[in-house]
Design a binder for this molecule. Structure first.
Ligand code: NAD
Length: 481
């Protein structure tokens, strides 16, 4: 099927159902080649004001539509995305760097997510009902939302915000990361003929646009995914207008491997969960605690597996797992982390290195052998293909270490003894905890972080609720009887 859009053409931001061009344009970089990609709009403050005005107008009617009507349009959008999935997958690899299979998976999951969201209706609850009175808990949309999207999963994480916002009766303006604006603009283009003007708009901009959105008095809620540092700025800015917000922030997930596991059965998954998307996933396994009885065997097997099965290269090369790091800033950050290996005398079980002979941001996986608990590679989120293995011996001790950071996004326990694994899992402070898996997500399951990994949740019924205010509605029936 021919795509319904031209991947090279970005005529404007999507405002009130039309393309609106901007005076300034900019482009992002293909992380695999270092070459400039296509020109995209740069929204001005006036453009944001106009979009907010249209979103406020559109809210008046959209918020009155039924869930069924909204769901019908969201499902049509899911169909349009599915019909263009191949082009979107290629565009995603081009702009983000991830291997094409993973890009196609991201697009496919997004379609599945929208279709599931379209079944998650928030119904009134009856809190009390007697002859005198009925008390309802009813949920009303908040108003105009702003979605601020990161560069690591721009399609799934973008629409993971937009779908629930629309289905609960809000209007929404999506701002892609300046590093990955392309797919998000095309998703807006596909939505143009589906939703009424002003209901869903997309603004591509530079670094000023996010702060303008969080400050804007006409935006009622911000749904944000990104780093902890930026999340704190978003919260501070939202406080000035008492905007609602949901923050999905960074993680530094612990995976705890017990001594009774079959190493060949769990090692491939744990290794992939460390290096998938070049380690640029908020819920990658970023600290792998292995019981001392099996530590050496596990480490050696992980090094072998990584050498043989975790190929680094361009996202369109067959068999690649580790694509380029997404941008120059992140590349520098990750290279700095690699430089710390020598600087602090850590032992590298697998050395890994940046490919300085390429214009792309390629860096091969590294495995650090039992560094001190207070080293940067353990304490900070690297967001690159480098992971520490850490030795443990006692259950209490390893739980304390796993819980010892300010992050709490995901965590996992790997063990044959399920009773023990579940007991340990229940003691981990994280928004998602898995036994014998890592990084499972689903559209009907809420997802969020404890501690500095976030505030609120996305997805599932609990995530839908975050896009609403509650109204307690008291109906007295006998006053005029
Ligand atoms: P980032 O914080 O640099 O940027 C995220 C978004 O915020 C971008 O769209 C950016 O333009 C915008 N932004 C930047 N400064 C802003 C400001 N002052 N006000 C408003 N908006 C602003 O994050 P990133 O580098 O794009 O993403 C990587 C980080 O995101 C990692 O820490 C990762 O763990 C985290 N992340 C978290 C989740 C989650 O669901 N918890 C998912 C993916 C990524």
């Amino acid at each position: 099927m021919t795509a319904q859009f031209d991947i090279k053409s970005y005529p404007g931001n999507i405002i009130n159902g039309k393309f609106v061009s901007t005076q300034a344009t900019r482009h992002s970089i293909d992380p695999a080649t270092g070459e400039a990609l296509y020109e995209v709009p740069v929204a001005s403050k006036d453009a944001l004001d106009a979009a907010v005005g249209h979103a406020r107008d559109a809210f008046k009617t959209w918020s009155k539509t039924s869930f069924g009507e909204r769901a019908k349009l969201v499902l049509r959008w899911a169909d349009a995305i599915e019909a263009n999935k191949d082009e979107l997958g290629k565009l995603l690899t081009t702009e983000q760097g991830k291997p094409i299979d993973l890009a196609n998976t991201e697009v496919g999951l997004t379609v599945q997510w929208l279709r599931t969201f379209a079944t998650l209706e928030l119904k009134d609850e009856v809190l009390d009902d007697n002859e005198e009175r009925t008390i309802y808990l009813t949920r009303v949309p908040i108003g105009v939302c702003g979605a601020i999207v990161p560069w690591n999963w721009p399609v799934l994480l973008g629409l993971g915000k937009v779908g629930p916002a629309l289905l609960t009766g809000n209007t929404i303006i999506m701002k892609p990361s300046p590093f990955t604006p392309y797919c998000d603009l095309k998703l807006g283009e596909l939505a143009m003929g589906i939703f009424p003007p002003g209901v869903f708009q997309v603004l591509s901009g530079d670094d000023s646009l996010g702060p303008w959105m969080t400050e804007h008095p006409g935006i009622d809620m911000i749904t944000f995914t990104g780093s902890i540092e930026t999340g704190k700025r978003v919260a501070a800015s939202c406080a000035k207008t008492l905007k609602r917000y949901v923050l999905e922030l960074g993680g530094n997930d612990a995976a705890i491997v017990c001594e009774d596991v079959d190493i060949p059965k769990c090692l491939p998954k744990i290794t992939m969960m460390a290096f998938l998307n070049s380690g640029q996933i908020c819920m990658c396994a970023k600290r792998i605690y292995v019981h001392e009885k099996i530590y050496d065997e596990f480490r050696d097997a992980m090094v072998e597996f990584t050498k043989n099965h975790v190929k680094t290269g361009g996202g369109f090369e067959p068999g690649v797992v580790v694509g380029p790091v997404q941008n120059a800033m992140q590349f520098k950050f990750v290279k700095d982390m690699y430089a710390d290996v020598d600087k602090y005398g850590w032992t590298a079980a697998l050395q890994g290195k940046a490919r300085d002979d390429s214009k792309g941001y390629f860096i091969e996986p590294a495995i650090i052998d039992n560094p001190p608990d207070d080293s940067r590679i353990v304490v900070e989120e690297p967001f690159g293909p480098i992971v520490p293995l850490l030795k443990w011996s006692g259950e209490d001790e390893v739980i304390d270490r796993a819980n010892g950071l300010k992050t709490g996004l995901g965590a996992s326990v790997w063990a044959k003894d399920l009773e023990r694994a579940e007991r340990m899992a229940r003691r981990l402070s994280a928004g998602s905890v898995w036994v014998n898996s890592h990084f499972d997500v689903a559209p009907n399951v809420p997802f969020g972080g404890h501690k500095e990994s976030g505030i609120g949740v996305e997805w599932g019924i609990e995530g839908m609720k975050k896009f609403t205010n509650t109204t307690s509605l008291w109906v007295w029936k006998k006053v005029f009887a």
